[in-house]
Design a protein around this ligand. Structure first.
Ligand code: AMP
Length: 177
């Protein structure tokens, strides 16, 4: 069973990081706790164990931690979505708008096939820009189905993160703050 209070207690808030005005939700304090790490992976396993997931796609870099452990537990493969220039073989790239300027993410061109059922995973949903870019990349492979998970959904007035995925992919999160 998930204990949301315990998870929230172990999540560190860092004010004004990386720039003034941002309340940074530092999941490293959740990852370093053996109890919290296990609780998150076990809970996600319960949610996704019967969905036929064949690939978990983690978004760099905090999406690699729970994503990798979950892929192992689900008996699925693990795929990395990375910042440009990090993946060594042929890649596909998606460029998206951030609050200030542009950013891009890449995935290996042979990472997914049309038989896959994909679970996209990241630590936190804010504007949804990075997950939408990752989803668009994954969609190009025409997998059988796409699921999306975040550990944390940030609910801030004016943020439309979740709305971008409604009707497109089933989305879950463990904590909402
Ligand atoms: P977004 O694309 O706006 O949904 O931002 C999500 C990505 O940025 C995730 O990979 C998060 O790790 C990171 N991120 C954005 N805002 C925060 C925040 N307030 N605290 C921690 N991580 C954040």
């Amino acid at each position: 069973m998930i204990n949301k209070e315990l998870l929230l207690k172990n999540l560190r808030n860092v004010p004004d990081f990386p720039v003034k005005g941002i309340q940074f939700k530092d999941v490293s304090t959740l990852f370093k706790s053996p109890v919290c790490l296990k609780m998150m992976v076990d809970e996600l396993y319960e949610i996704y164990k019967d969905k036929g997931i064949t690939k978990v796609v983690g978004i760099e870099s905090r999406g690699f931690v729970v994503g990798g452990a979950l892929a192992y537990k689900l008996g699925a493969g693990f795929v990395m979505c990375r910042k440009p220039g990090k993946l060594p073989a042929e890649t596909r790239r998606c460029t998206y708008m951030k609050e200030y300027g542009e950013d891009s993410i890449e995935i290996h061109s042979d990472a997914i096939n049309s038989q896959d059922v994909v679970l996209l995973h990241d630590d936190l949903l804010a504007t949804g820009g990075s997950m939408k870019a990752a989803m668009n990349l994954v969609k190009e492979f025409r997998p059988r189905k796409i699921y999306i998970n975040f550990l944390i959904e940030l609910r801030i007035e004016g943020l439309i993160g979740r709305e971008q995925f409604e009707g497109v992919a089933e989305i879950t999160r463990l904590l909402e703050i």
